[in-house]
Ligand binder design. Structure first.
Ligand code: DQA
Length: 148
């Protein structure tokens, strides 16, 4: 079972970027925790981070046929990108939107997600563990569908 993990713009700077909001863990540290949990669940993570919207769409299109789910933190593109929304919808993948911070407790422009309507659900405000919870749910849902 393969799960895609896609992080968007500025998330490459986790650890040093506004740590009071996003925490002190680097993306590499978070990724290794997600990969460890995936291994325990019998799943494999295909991870990518990109600052560019088109490259994020390319990643989804490239891997959509070989995966059972998508975990996506699209960063600022969450609030603007109809193109990413279309890519998720077109992929047919079961997707979970993750945000480290509670976007609803922040500026009003973060209260709108272009992606939420094409994702099964959203986890926001639970820090890096949100990726783990998204993974656990996606694996459980795929297993219920009879996927190995
Ligand atoms: C974020 C929230 C977004 O509003 C912001 O643009 C980010 C990170 C989060 O993980 O909390 O880059 O997606």
């Amino acid at each position: 079972m393969r799960i895609l993990l896609l992080n968007g713009p500025n998330l490459n700077l986790l650890g040093s970027r506004e740590p009071q909001i996003y925490g002190r863990d680097t993306l590499a540290e978070i990724l290794s925790r997600v990969e460890k949990r995936a291994a325990e669940l019998g799943a494999e993570i295909v991870a990518h981070q990109d600052n560019s919207e088109g490259a994020m769409i390319d990643f989804i299109q490239k891997h959509q046929s070989e995966a059972e789910g998508l975990i996506i933190n699209a960063g600022g593109y969450t609030h603007t990108s109809i193109a990413l929304r279309d890519a998720i919808a077109g992929s047919g993948l079961r997707a979970v939107e993750v945000h480290l911070s509670n976007v609803y407790a922040r500026e009003s422009f973060r209260h709108t997600s272009m992606l939420a309507g094409v994702c099964a659900g959203m986890i926001a405000g639970l820090g890096w563990r949100g990726y783990i919870y998204a993974l656990e749910w996606l694996v459980a849902a795929a297993k219920e569908d009879g996927k190995e």
